[in-house]
Design a protein around this ligand. Structure first.
Ligand code: SAM
Length: 221
């Protein structure tokens, strides 16, 4: 009986660990805060700040210290990261947080959360959007188009990593993370996707004015 119980216990542990490891599709990326973003936010003092892709919350935490008193924050990432950063923000005394987590399914992202926000808001709500998540054309190109619908005139969109490629990534590059080679063509892996989004979607949109080169754009209309 004792052996059966032990076997049952071990089997449960095995399935629990398999379930957890299957869920986390992507490797963890740990980042320090983005000082250009933080310095710019100090100047423009947005009331509603949104961050897409949080990692351990370094930038979100720095931003929370310098936002105006009545400011709100919208945060987006995988469920567990969003909960972790929400808790860190609470611990730091910032509690006006709207947290939007998504699953680790390969085709899931903050774009789904943006759809649920668009369902609830017919007018723009963000003063500042920092897009620093997936960094790929198909996810972040669409994210920009959705964020545009929710960004107030006068608001800012901020991109990280103009020159980033999957090929050069130490976490998502195909040598480190073979799934990348299944998901993307070699051309897509070599292409600077954020550059394509900025060059083709943002710079060609007359509603946007470049404020910080290759990074921060103001929506003027
Ligand atoms: C570069 S890190 C963000 C760093 C953070 N903005 C900072 O400055 O401290 C990228 C983040 O994007 C998130 N991300 C990537 N793909 C995603 C997806 N499909 N859905 C939700 N979050 C995603 C990752 O989990 C990771 O936390």
């Amino acid at each position: 009986m004792k052996h059966i119980k032990t076997l049952f216990f071990l089997t449960t542990l095995l399935f629990a660990s398999l379930a957890t490891s299957e869920e986390k599709t992507y490797p963890n990326v740990i980042c320090g805060h983005n000082w250009m973003t933080v310095n710019f936010i100090k100047k423009v003092q947005p009331k509603v700040y949104a961050e897409f892709g949080l990692s351990i919350g370094s930038t979100a935490l720095e931003v929370s210290k310098i936002l105006p008193e009545d400011a709100e924050m919208y945060i987006f990432d995988f469920h567990e990261k969003v909960q972790d950063v929400k808790q860190k923000l609470y611990n730091a005394g910032f509690n006006k947080v709207h947290a939007f987590g998504n699953s680790y399914k390969l085709r899931d992202s903050y774009n789904w959360s943006l759809m649920t926000i668009l369902e609830q808001h017919t007018k723009p709500i963000f003063d500042y959007a920092f897009l620093d998540g997936m960094h790929t054309w198909e996810t972040d190109g669409f994210a920009f188009l959705l964020i545009d619908k929710l960004l107030k005139p006068g608001g800012y969109i901020d991109f990280d990593d103009y020159n980033w490629t999957l090929a050069g990534s130490e976490t998502l590059g195909p040598r480190h993370f073979p799934l990348t080679a299944k998901l993307y063509t070699n051309e897509q892996i070599r292409t600077r996707s954020i550059k394509k989004i900025i060059d083709l979607l943002v710079r060609r949109n007359k509603n946007y004015k470049e404020i910080v080169k290759n990074k921060i754009f103001q929506k003027i209309n």
